[in-house]
Design a protein around this ligand. Structure first.
Ligand code: DGY
Length: 325
């Protein structure tokens, strides 16, 4: 029997492409050609190849238009990401196409990235690095680039899912006090002493550092707006490794410019890879290029997990273990 055709939209780690090529008639994009940016091109390639599955990635435009144009042969869209905000899941469901993601395996890496940004923002590491590289450092000085410690600070985690809870575990090692906000309070074994806030205003006004771990999409669009920023204590820090659309960029830039917000650390951006231009001129914001899950170990684990979802549907006729929607 011929192997099912699997269309990979992006270059993936070598071990993942090798597994895909072993088990499928895999149509790789090993050169990472940018055709994945156009939904029409994804659908055209899927139709041309007679794809049974599509292994896509965060940011691919798997919207209603793309999904509507896919050939009937497509049975599964497996995304190499935990986020599914780039996929119109109801549109896929309406066509009988399974959508699956890669939860759990990237939680620690993404929390690590949030922690990196938290340290960069609190300890002004980006400013220091830029100063040294620019040849502008003229030696140690008692008042140079003084930041703030994380020790004893109140960390507010917005979105207390797996990533948020990994961050909480790391922050306990820094003797931080953990606060969180989510739709519901989690059981005590997951809470581990973290303080739940039923009200947003109470949450935002109780913390020194906000770390955002919310899913993207319309429900969280521009959640961190001027009003919510105004509820935060002067001198607070904002970290976002969730989705860029959850921040009102103009409001955050204004709050950073006035020093109401001391510093920010961002890994994700609305409309990325484009950035809101206001960030670029600000010293007190650390900017990373969506590195959350970018470790060798995690990217391999994400690929294995994505392929296991494809295998379940296309090779074993079973439900994908990480089916969403
Ligand atoms: C995800 O998985 O959703 C990330 O944003 C990419 O790792």
């Amino acid at each position: 029997m011929p192997k099912p055709v699997l269309l990979l939209t992006r270059r993936l780690p070598d071990a993942i492409e090798a597994r895909a090529a072993r088990d499928y008639d895999a149509r790789l994009n090993s050169a990472d050609e940018p055709w994945y940016r156009e939904g029409t091109e994804i659908a055209r390639r899927a139709a041309e190849a007679g794809a049974a599955g599509i292994l896509c990635a965060a940011g691919d435009p798997m919207n209603a238009g793309t999904i509507g144009a896919l050939p009937d042969s497509v049975k599964i869209i497996a995304t190499f990401s935990v986020g599914t905000d780039h996929i119109d899941v109801p549109a896929a469901k309406a066509r009988g196409i399974t959508v699956a993601n890669t939860p759990e395996v990237l939680s620690f890496a993404t929390a690590e990235c949030a922690f990196t940004l938290m340290l960069m923002a609190a300890r002004r590491a980006g400013e220091g690095e830029r100063m040294v590289r620019a040849g502008k450092w003229d030696g140690w000085a008692p008042t140079q680039l003084m930041g703030v410690t994380l020790e004893g600070k109140r960390l507010g985690i917005a979105g207390f899912g797996r990533i948020g809870r990994e961050l909480a575990a790391m922050a306990r090692g820094f003797r931080m006090e953990i606060h969180y906000r989510d739709l519901n309070r989690v059981p005590p074994d997951l809470e581990q002493g973290a303080i739940f806030h039923a009200e947003e205003r109470d949450f935002l006004s109780s913390i020194d550092i906000l770390s955002m771990h919310m899913p993207g999409g319309e429900a969280t669009r521009r959640w961190l707006n001027a009003e919510r920023l105004s509820w935060m204590r002067p001198g607070s820090i904002v970290i976002n490794t969730g989705r860029g659309g959850s921040v009102d960029d103009a409001a955050l830039v204004a709050a950073l410019s006035s020093d109401h917000i001391r510093a920010a650390g961002l890994d994700v951006y609305d409309g990325e890879p484009k950035l809101f231009p206001g960030y670029l001129g600000l010293a007190n914001v650390a900017l990373l290029p969506h590195l959350g899950s970018a470790t060798l170990e995690t990217r391999d684990a994400m690929g294995q997990r994505a392929l296991s979802n494809v295998d379940a549907v296309l090779l074993h006729g079973k439900k994908a273990p990480d089916a969403v929607g």
